[in-house]
Write a protein that binds this ligand. Sequence first.
Ligand SMILES: Nc1ncnc2c1ncn2[C@@H]1O[C@H](COP(=O)(O)OP(=O)(O)OP(=O)(O)O)[C@@H](O)[C@H]1O
Length: 619
Amino acid sequence: MKNNALTMVRSSIFQLIYRVWRSMPILSLVWLGIPLLLGVLIVPGFSAQRELVDLFVGGGTGLLWNEMVRLAWPPLAVFTGISLLRAALSALHNITDARFRDRATMQIQAEVHQKAVNVPLEQMEEAEYYNRLQRSKDTAGTDLFGVLQNVIAFLRLFFEFIGLFIVMWLADPILGVLLVIVFSLSFAIRLESDIVVRRLNRDLTQSGRQSDYLRAVLTKPETVKEMRIFGSMGYLIGKWNGIMGDSLALRMNARRREIKHGIVVSSVQITSLIGAVTWMVMQMKAGGFTAGTFVIVFLAMRQAHSISSRMAHPISKIYIQSSKVFDLVEFLSMKPQESGAEAEDTTCSDYHMVKELILGGTSQALKKNGKIVFENVHYQYSSGFKPALSNICLSLNPGETVALVGENGAGKSTLVRLLLGLYSPTSGRMTWDGTDYRQLDPDLIRGSMSAVFQDYVRYETTLRDNVGFGLPDHIHNDIAIRRALQVSGAASLEETSDGLDAKIGLLSAGGRELSGGQWQRLAIARAALRNPQLLVLDEPTAALDPQHETELYQSFREMAEGKTVLFVSHRLGWARFANRIVVLKAGQIVEEGTHETLLAADGQYAAMFRAQAQWYRGA
Ligand SMILES: Nc1ncnc2c1ncn2[C@@H]1O[C@H](COP(=O)(O)OP(=O)(O)OP(=O)(O)O)[C@@H](O)[C@H]1O
């Protein structure tokens, strides 16, 4: 095992336990303290056993039976007391352990969620960050419980070994040293072969998935049909056989290796036991050892040998999971964002959800009219990527409706995120009534806006939540929620006996699944619940049928009354109703004007409009 991997395991586990320790010190102390105590109690337990053996087998032979029984009482009482205490402590530890692991898992999960909602949204879009978040969520959700179980299993065995070592050392330091050498050797060999087997199992999971997939393909009627026509069945069966054969061969090799290592370990342990027995017999002859010491040394060595193989299991499991734990600890150690753009909810870490929650978190707004100006704004997702937006100079005047159009990847969604204050420009600046966004309270900026995104969120809870999350202060205001449902055309969803508290989505027991369009209407109702100065509609009708889309655009026009509106849509038919159309191409504004002036200019917009119009005319 490489040194750096060991260091990584050790430091990650220490950090993890330290985190848990800080929040529940007493429970952690009990969780760690009981195994330590169990280990320590081994020493007086063995000492009492030695006294008893010496009394009845060794030095006590010259005593009368009654005298021997009288002398046996104290060590017997110690031995019985320690055995009972160890049994009670073990039972207590089982209870504490379950409680500790439950609470620790919950706490780390909460920390992961908290971290996820506090991170800047730009960072959430980075693949590396996102993957780390997903891995941390999985680790905190499922693996952590097992990791902690392995940690405590290791510690219990380790403390037990320390107790046995003290017993041996007290008997004879040479035997103590022998125990440590043999134990370390056996443990290292066992650990190495355990790690090899676990690594192999992990790798075989990949090929197992592949072979499961191939087996499914080979048995599904729809795929069998196609394979018969193409004559590809024989090839796939051969492939499946190949994968299975390879896995079997690898497993057999690992098994053989494990058996060989087992034989080496057993030989070393038996030799050491014989060596120790010979040494003790020699010492007994010279009068240096009693029968009691002989017996307890023998027992302690056997027990330590068994520990060396049992201890390899938890450690190899932790080693295999160490990269996950390392990721989790790294993720939790990340610095929180400084801009104050944080959501209050701690139960979600999905990017789209965080985006909506950030916007929905406040009901306070900026007082003034809200003229928004982009001054030479650039935005780049990460260094190495092409800028998503360059030289953007744009103003949105109070009460104006602006349509933002452009081909896929032109930068429309990026511009929307900047406008909403979810991202900050890489360079240039944005102002609200002349004040730089960076000098404004992010909560106030967001409180002045409302948005419907193309990647809207489905909250699989209740109808009320789905609308009320738009403005949590109003979540119990039935009149406002019903009005918002009316505006979005989703009022009919309330027509069940549970009314606004009807469960929706399949995650809730008894919940009713909605169609894509119905979910989208709820996202619109969420936006309608607010009464912002700025309304942003980013492809808000993507999942709606043409009839409902038309109805909704009427609703949007009502919602837009007296507000500044920016809407993004690929349906150019709607853009014509905007006061102004802004055309983006490859991150730059290439045209700006009304529908009529842009058609007359015969540029990018005119070409896109004609292409769409032709399609409908042709149909
Ligand atoms: N998280 C990201 N990391 C790196 N690049 C990104 C990221 N998100 C978007 N981009 C890139 O930024 C550019 C603009 O993307 P954006 O999503 O703003 O385009 P869009 O005009 O909204 O596209 P669409 O019409 O397809 O929704 C694209 O080249 C895209 O590949």
